[in-house]
Design a protein around this ligand. Structure first.
Ligand code: ADP
Ligand code: NI
Length: 222
């Protein structure tokens, strides 16, 4: 992540986020933010977009994930709005970034109706970090944090149609690949992210094939 040439507002935001997320769970911490910013920069160079909005959105997107705040989805947008106001960001910048924070999450994305290319880039950048080698590492880190089983042949993956059921499930971590991670590649918005997702997806498929071979169980499918 390189922010040396970015605006004082972007640098100030990076310092704020780093400070807040230093003690966060390993999959949603400052390192995750740095990877998402890096992905977002890579994607954004190929799109007609406002780079400052993209960077502010990427930096602030997990400032208060509802999963870690008792399901409160208003906290991230509220912290973002008050921080950007205090930093004297132009009101239209604050408004746009707050919309991105409100709409970026996977589960939120199913129901909300705001769209901008900057939101699409931040969402692609965040989802890419759930794929590939880093995606595998994050999934098991999250599962460990939640004290979940790695795998249980008696608990096959299911298709969640509603948001509450998805959020409240406590299934083994391997199920998360079938319930979410393998579905992400088809939801990418930009060409750059589609290509990156394809490669990371293939790597996860290889991992899963080897996993089921090693445990000696038939592979899951959905
Ligand atoms: P979003 O907020 O966009 O819905 P998440 O915060 O759920 O996305 O996902 C962020 C990271 O946490 C991803 O790497 C994801 O794989 C991991 N994660 C979320 N839920 C689970 C789960 N049930 N099991 C394993 N990993 C999970
Ligand atoms: Ni994220």
């Amino acid at each position: 992540m390189h922010l040396e040439n970015e605006s004082p507002l972007v640098k100030k935001t990076a310092a704020f986020v780093k400070d807040v997320l230093l003690v966060a769970e390993g999959g949603h911490d400052w390192q995750h933010i740095q990877r998402v910013v890096q992905n977002a920069q890579q994607i954004a160079t190929k799109e007609a977009c406002n780079m400052e909005i993209v960077l502010l959105g990427a930096l602030l997107h997990d400032i208060a994930d509802s999963k870690f705040h008792g399901g409160d989805e208003g906290k991230g947008p509220a912290i973002t709005g008050s921080f950007l106001d205090r930093a004297e960001a132009p009101p239209q910048v604050t408004e746009h970034v707050v919309q991105i924070i409100r709409n970026v999450s996977y589960s939120g994305g199913i129901t909300r109706d705001f769209y901008s290319i900057e939101l699409a880039i931040v969402q692609d950048a965040d989802r890419l970090d759930a794929l590939g080698a880093i995606g595998i590492a994050r999934a098991f880190n999250y599962g460990g944090f939640k004290n979940r089983l790695i795998f249980d042949p008696a608990v096959p993956p299911v298709k969640y149609s509603d948001k509450e059921a998805y959020k409240n499930n406590t299934a083994p971590t391997i199920n998360h690949f079938y319930e979410k991670l393998l579905l992400l590649k088809d939801g990418m918005h930009t060409e750059t992210a589609k290509a990156m997702a394809k490669q990371r997806h293939m790597f996860m498929e290889t991992f899963l094939e080897q996993f089921f071979n090693e445990v000696g169980s038939p592979a899951f499918s959905i």
